[in-house]
Design a protein around this ligand. Structure first.
Ligand code: PLP
Length: 494
């Protein structure tokens, strides 16, 4: 029976459904399973399972207080025809590596993998815990979480969702996806600031006890759809196991053969899920953490110092434009030997001075990780060269990983088979992609570029793009980063 405890040691252990409801622990820490369960089936058995069956086996191991019926219902409602392929997460082979395409859901980014199930996990948790309050989901987004969460929670009874995004920090298609969201329970706000400002604002509201009381008095309680919620993390473990099992099934790897995974990283949620999979027993050798020019994590893996005191760079991979990777706290807690006090100290240093240094002993426990980064020119050339060699078009986030993977191989001569997490469809970032391919003359808008991309790649424009092309903007609120709490109060009428 897995229970969840705070990485900062406060409060007692809670059940999975309680952790999903709360989002963040009361002391500001993140929930962490008191032990990481072993793979519940053999790799061979997994290789015979559908995505949904794999999801059930993996998730039941973590979400102990969900009944079989509850969990199977959540899975059935999440991984259905919202995805444009029955296999949910297909693998594509290009130029010597496997691309695990995690962008076949409703909003064409990997956030759909977890956010299509989170609303179901949450409403199930509401019922299980006899909660009478309405749940208010507060989310900061660097572009992709927002739309995926809006799509997941729109129209879900007993919930409201408020999304904050950096007004000038997302792609035009990302923004259009969000501001055209339908549903009376959805609210979208642009903030004058960057993603870290949005994330800090949300964390501040979560930590405000007076606000919490005001909410409760009015029949509301907060939860989070950000990757700090373990209801985001657990569904993400599934596709690493599924990918391995598919490779095994197709005879691309032998049973037990180790693979490397390469993950374009921002908030450290996706790669942490891969690390959980490894800790469950999935044969993963190296976890390659790929950053863009906001390379805090690259520096951290090199030096053991995490330092956010630097300029924030707006790149062509906006969902990775992050200087405070929230989920890294879970890794820090783990390599501190689950010493919550030590972890709390480091996180306090991060919030007061913007940096911390881990001990040599902790650093030694990071051997499984390799940090790399790609600058803007390298990212664009990764898109162009893959297209030229194989006709396969990837988005800028995936391109960062693709480039780092090549760098890693050249540097280490490690030729272990590699799976790259392909986190977004190129159709979400048509301008950057077409520019990289030398096919943007500066005249066309992002949607016209989608038409051209379709001609170039031979891949049909996804419904997620055609569907928002001409629909009206429904959300146009913009606020300062200091005004976030007021905006929430206004929306809730409190
Ligand atoms: C969110 C996102 C990432 C970063 O994932 P993390 O889990 O935050 O590290 C990478 N690529 C895309 C397209 C994303 O939407």
């Amino acid at each position: 029976m897995v229970k969840y405890i705070s990485t900062r040691g406060g409060g007692g252990a809670v059940s999975a459904s309680e952790a999903i409801l709360k989002g963040l622990a009361e002391d500001g820490g993140l929930f962490f399973p008191d032990y990481i369960p072993a793979l519940p089936k053999t790799l061979k058995e997994f290789s015979e399972m559908t995505y949904q069956e794999t999801a059930y086996e993996v998730m039941q191991a973590f979400l102990s207080d969900y009944t079989e019926e509850e969990l199977k219902n959540c899975i059935k409602n999440a991984y259905d025809s919202k995805f444009d392929t029955e296999v949910i997460a297909p693998l594509a082979y290009a130029d010597g590596v496997y691309y695990l395409e995690l962008f076949h859901g409703a909003t064409i980014a990997f956030k759909d993998m977890a956010l299509s199930i989170l609303p179901h996990l949450m409403t199930t948790a509401v019922n299980k815990n006899h909660i009478k309050n309405e749940i208010v989901i507060l989310t900061a987004t660097s572009g992709d979480t927002g739309k995926a969460a809006l799509a997941g929670f729109a129209g879900v009874k007993g919930t409201k969702i408020i999304v904050f995004y950096p007004k000038n920090g997302v792609s035009p298609i990302q923004e259009k996806q969000m501001v055209t969201q339908k549903g009376d329970n959805t609210f979208v706000v642009g903030i004058r600031g960057n993603f870290d400002d949005a994330q800090n604002g949300v964390k501040k509201i979560f930590g405000d006890r007076e606000f919490e009381k005001l909410m409760a008095d009015n029949g509301y309680q907060f939860s989070s759809a950000n990757s700090i919620n373990i209801g985001r993390l657990v569904p993400q473990v599934v596709y690493y196991i599924y990918a391995y099992a598919q490779l095994l099934k197709e005879g691309k790897i032998a049973d037990g053969e180790a693979i490397n995974v390469v993950v374009p990283t921002g908030n450290f949620g996706n790669i942490l899920a891969a690390y959980f999979a490894k800790n469950m027993g999935l044969p993963i050798a190296k976890l390659i953490c790929a950053s863009n020019e906001n390379k805090v994590l690259f520096d951290f893996f090199r030096t053991g110092t995490y330092d956010r005191n630097r300029d924030f760079v707006l790149t062509s991979s906006p969902s990775m434009d992050i200087l405070i990777s929230s989920n890294l706290e879970r890794l820090i807690y783990l390599i501190a030997g689950k010493d919550a006090e030590k972890n709390r100290e480091l996180m306090m240093q991060l919030s007061t001075s913007g940096k911390y240094q881990i001990s040599t002993e902790m650093q030694e426990k990071l051997q499984d990780f390799y940090g790399g980064y790609a600058d803007e020119a390298q990212t664009a050339s990764a898109i162009a060269s893959l297209y030229e060699s194989c006709g396969y078009v990837i988005d800028p986030h995936t391109a960062v990983a693709s480039r780092v993977c090549r760098q890693y191989r050249e540097e280490t001569k490690d030729e272990t088979k590699a799976v790259i997490a392909s986190t977004a469809s190129p159709y979400k970032f048509t301008r950057s992609v077409m520019k990289a391919l030398g096919k943007d003359d500066g005249q066309a808008d992002d949607f016209e570029l989608a038409d051209r991309l379709s001609e170039v790649s031979g891949v049909k424009i996804p419904e997620a793009v055609t569907g928002i092309r001409t629909v009206p903007v429904l959300h146009d609120t913009v606020c300062g980063k200091e005004e976030m709490a007021d905006v929430v109060k206004k929306y809730l009428g409190i």
